[in-house]
Structure formats: C-alpha cells, structure tokens
Design a protein around this ligand. Structure first.
Ligand SMILES: Nc1ncnc2c1ncn2[C@@H]1O[C@H](COP(=O)(O)OP(=O)(O)OP(=O)(O)O)[C@@H](O)[C@H]1O
Ligand SMILES: [Mg+2]
Length: 267
C-alpha cells in the first residue's frame, strides 16, 4: 500500500435490486487496481455475485471455518486478510473476501449477536493500513447487512438507473443513511454520489427527465454514467473487470473517473 494514502472503505449500496451495485464494485476495483492501488472487494451479498463476477472460489462453510459469515457472527475473530483470496495483480492488486454458502443465514444470525451493526466494521478495522481501498458490495435490502456496510464504511456510492424507481429508492436509502449516522457512527458517512448505470444511448425522454432530477439532488452528485453494454456481461463471464477486459471502452473510462473522485477524497 502507498504510504501517502490511508485505507478508504466504500460501501456500494442501494436496497433496490439489479441497479448495478456489483458491476460498479468490480469496475471500480479494476480502475483503482489499474492505477496501482490495492483493493479488497468484500462480497457482503449472500447471493455471492461479486464472487461469481470475479470468478474466485467460494469460501468453505461449516463450524470453525474462517469465512465472512463466521466473522459476522463473532466466531472468527482473526484479521480480514485471513479471509481474502487474490483475484489479480495488474498495476495494483485485487483481493476478494468471497461469499460462503452460509452467508444466507447471516441476516437471521447477525441479528442475535452483540454489537450487531458493528460486526463488519470490527472485521474491516484489520484492513486499515493493509489495502488502499476496501469496496463493499452490499445486498439489495435495508437489513442488518446493509446497516453493517453503512457502519463500516467511510463513504457510500449509490448506483442507480435513470428511472423513477431509482428516485423512489433514494427516498428510502437516504433516511436510512441518516439514521445510521445518528445512531451508529461517530463521523457521518460521506455521500460520494450516484453512478447512473445501464444508460441507453441515446437516453429516452424519460431517462433525460430523471437525469435532470438527479442533478437537483443536493450533496449527491452524479459521478459517472455507465452505458448499457455487452462488455459488462462479457467481462463478468470471464471473471475480469471491464477496465482490464475492455480498457478502451466508455465503461472503463466511467470507472476510471469514479476512481479519480475517490482518489481525490482519499488525499
Ligand atoms: N452497464 C451495463 N450494461 C449491461 N449489463 C449490465 C450493466 N450493468 C449491469 N448489468 C447487468 O445487469 C445485472 C444486474 O447488475 P448487478 O448485478 O451489478 O446489479 P446489483 O445491483 O448488484 O444487483 P443485486 O441487487 O441483485 O445485487 C447483471 O446481470 C449485470 O451483468
Ligand atoms: Mg449485486
């Protein structure tokens, strides 16, 4: 890790399903690693999509096995480095805390443990000083796992689509962020902004009007727009980031510009 930076933990969050949380997490990891940064991707979604999209093996499940679920329920108390597997080492590196099958029990079981919203923060404290960036791929829900992501992170990135349903989703997510700030955090979470994903070119009239509404949201800038494109699904199929798979694409450029925003915040 570069001695001039401190570890920056970013939650990629929206309780709305399928808006591009995982694709944003992976694309951004690719852009940061291309710029020479070390990145830890944490697959907090029991669906295990980040693990699948990066084609790293699932962690084993079972009593006494070190995995994310066991860490969240307080059974594994070691450093997060013990849970990480390496995906690739372009200029920097991408490591992953992969899904374990038993993550499906996390929502139920983390609810029963002490300091339940702080379990991930406790684990990720051991990432500070080890990786430049930690990116948390959150599940599509406003539950105890998302609360853990919002408590553990320094900042949040919100992928959205240029649709009314995404505006509606923000009406639920932003109060949740505020309540986590009020109840669980010392320093407020930094709202880095929106990533408008899967934008059709040219944008429909409806999409244009939603984009205009996004632009009026105070303190929530649109950091990038990512077009709908087959390179995203192809890169996923081959377990590569789109920055590595299609470096000349507009998609790769979008993730590079989000990476630059984070680099600006980190310094
Ligand atoms: N810009 C894009 N172009 C083409 N396909 C995309 C794009 N962004 C996402 N997809 C595809 O859309 C689907 C949903 O994206 P993704 O899994 O990133 O969303 P998500 O918010 O993480 O979903 P979930 O809520 O289930 O976790 C995936 O199959 C992904 O490959
Ligand atoms: Mg996802």
């Amino acid at each position: 890790m570069d001695a001039s930076t401190t570890t920056r933990i970013t939650a990629v969050t929206n309780q709305k399903g399928g808006v591009g949380k995982t694709v944003t997490t992976i694309g951004l990891a690719g852009a940061l690693a291309e710029a020479g940064r070390s990145v830890l991707v944490v697959d907090l979604d029991p669906q295990g999509h980040a693990t699948d999209g990066l084609k790293v093996p699932q962690a084993p499940s079972g009593n006494g096995v070190p995995n994310l679920y066991r860490a969240l329920i307080g059974e594994f108390t070691g450093p997060v480095a013990d849970l990480a597997v390496t995906h690739s080492q372009p200029a920097g590196r991408i490591d992953v805390v992969p899904n374990a099958f038993e993550m499906f029990m996390a929502v139920r079981d983390v609810d029963k443990v002490k300091a339940r919203e702080q379990r991930l923060a406790k684990l990720l404290n051991s990432a500070r000083g080890v990786w430049d960036y930690v990116l948390i791929d959150s599940p599509p829900s406003l539950d105890i796992l998302t609360d853990n992501a919002l408590t553990a992170a320094d900042g949040v990135l919100i992928p959205v689509e240029a649709e009314d349903s995404s505006l509606k989703a923000l009406e639920l997510l932003l109060p949740q962020v505020a309540s986590v700030d009020a109840d669980l955090r010392i320093k407020p979470l930094e709202l880095h902004g929106l990533v408008v994903n899967r934008l059709r070119r040219p944008p429909s009239l409806l999409a244009q009007s939603v984009l205009k509404e996004f632009a009026t949201l105070d303190g929530l800038p649109v950091l990038a727009t990512v077009p709908l494109g087959v390179v995203i699904t192809e890169a996923w199929r081959y377990g590569r980031t789109v920055v590595d798979y299609a470096p000349e694409s507009e998609h790769a450029s979008a993730y590079r510009s989000i990476a630059e925003t984070l680099e600006g915040v980190a310094r």
